[in-house]
Design a protein around this ligand. Sequence first.
Ligand code: TYM
Length: 327
Amino acid sequence: MKKRVFSGIQPTGNIHIGNYLGAIKRWVSMQANYDNIFCIVDLHAITVLQDPKVLKAKIRELTGLYLAAGIDENKSIVFLQSHIHEHSQLAWIMNCFIPMGWMQRMTQFKEKSAKQKETVSTGLFDYPALMAADILLYKTDVVPVGEDQKQHVELARDAAQRFNNIYGETFVLPEPLIAEVGARIMGLDDPTKKMSKSENAPNHAIGLLDTPDVIRKKIMRATTDSQTTVIFDTTRPGIYNLLTIYQTLTGENKKDIEAKFEGKGYGDFKKALAEVVIESLRPLQERYKELTADPGHIDAILKSGADKARPLAEKTLAEVKKRIGLG
Ligand code: TYM
């Protein structure tokens, strides 16, 4: 039996190359060896206020991007979180098993709430309980995510263990799967900060649907330093980040990349990187156009994905309710 993979992305902001390298590209490369479920996590998206029309459009866009990147709806279940009510129900149950102290340690909440201050929603604080429910409902073995989500997956694992200790073996204990390279792509405008969907600065991120001209401009303007040699040096975060993007997209090793750019400067390297990014995204962008020409097609895929996910989710929730003594 193949191991089960579950992962998801929030349909918010501009899906960028960090989401692609840290998550989607890896899901595609692992697809054949696992039993996969990929979710569009719209319930997580509403932990921050969203414009309803934009949210709806973003759900379709993200589904289109999953498929265009190579997620095959015949090999993987692709569905929308809010279509399966069991996610919210298990999230409530998880709330009752996750101590406040565990939640208070979540670094992402600390960072996000520091920006929003008193307007921060209870849902944002509680978001790891919903994420634990997503993962545990499907008896997931492996959760491929970027570095920033590792702590949340570990919390899901701890919650599963705590539940199993109290009520007996119910949940599978999930493991985060973090890539060695590409799990934390940094912002092009500030390579000391993670590339983020919610950051609006124009040169911050490369969007998966950016045109070749925009990609060239963003990369040429990316912040580096006053040195010149093109080498993987962690004390030079700007060039290190660009080299990491190059490495993850080409699959070449560090030594070969450094050899290729020996004697060349940052400008030559940036030009080469821009072409690598443009050519890597070209097939995805072409497929995206075809797939989304008919929005009905995307909606039909989400409906059929929900029909496949629902029986799995219902089975786990029924088991959990029985264990606890609920209705
Ligand atoms: P989200 O939507 O913020 O990010 C989606 C995925 O992209 C990864 N990622 C990055 N990887 C590398 N470099 C970056 N700069 C970068 N930024 C983001 C994230 O680690 C993630 O893998 N809570 C999750 C969504 C979620 C989920 C789940 C994931 C909800 N339920 C269950 C796995 C399993 C989130 O907000 O990801």
